[in-house]
Design a protein around this ligand. Structure first.
Ligand code: HEC
Length: 193
């Protein structure tokens, strides 16, 4: 082979490798997203089945917790990134579950939040599903299993409580429940992330 042919063949192999690897990563991301969405549906309709279903999936698929938690990040204007809140990607800072929980905790609900309860409740069902996955995943940090489960419990109960507060529409309760949920994220991250 002439050197330019060799170079071209090499470049083609590397290029194909990149396409295959990123293709696989996108595939994995989609699988994780679809599964969390499915489990969020279970959280909404058959909450008693949620933990069992999360355990089965974690055992089979061994998802990376970082990818699962990543769904709580902000959604980008083009729809990539985390779940966001509601159907439409706004590109705004609070179009992400983590950011919205934090905003509710610090400033309480806006009129828009109270008019779109269903979107927030859906976001919290997703959060609840992620808590179930975190419970099933556990931690490999030595001697820290009980602590992990404690944080997970706060995240799960915090999601349910905030959901109920949103349903009630009472701003003060929403702020308080959001504060509890948000502190479960912050406290676990301080210890484990
Ligand atoms: C039981 C512990 C625990 C709780 C509770 C928890 N997290 Fe996490 N979170 C983690 C760990 C551990 C990581 C890092 C995972 C890794 O990098 O492997 C993480 C990572 C993240 C990330 C970064 C993902 C990325 O792509 O880098 C986000 C965002 C996040 N968590 C959001 C939240 C939010 C929001 C809450 C609360 C509603 C929450 N987490 C509650 C343990 C927890």
């Amino acid at each position: 082979m002439r050197s330019y042919q060799r170079w071209a063949a090499c470049a083609a192999v590397v290029g194909l490798g990149i396409i295959l690897t990123t293709g696989r990563a996108d595939d994995d991301d989609k699988k994780i997203r679809d599964k969390v969405e499915e489990l969020a549906g279970v959280a909404a309709k058959k909450p008693d089945d949620l933990q069992k279903k999360a355990e089965a999936w974690v055992k089979e698929a061994k998802p990376d917790l970082e990818d699962v938690m990543g769904l709580l990040k902000k959604r980008m204007k083009d729809g990539s990134g985390g779940f966001g809140i509601g159907k439409t990607a706004t590109g705004k800072l609070d179009d992400g579950i983590e950011a919205r929980i934090e905003k509710l905790a610090k400033a309480g609900p806006s009129d828009g939040d109270l008019m779109n309860k269903a979107d927030l409740i859906q976001a919290l069902n997703r959060t609840r599903a992620i808590a179930a996955i975190a419970k099933a995943s556990g931690t490999n940090k030595a001697g820290a299993a009980a602590k992990w489960q404690d944080f997970v419990k706060r995240m799960a109960e915090g999601s349910d409580d905030l959901s109920k507060a949103i349903e009630s529409g009472k701003a003060k309760e929403i702020k308080k429940a959001a504060n509890n949920l948000h502190s479960s994220c912050v406290d676990c991250h301080a210890e484990f992330r």
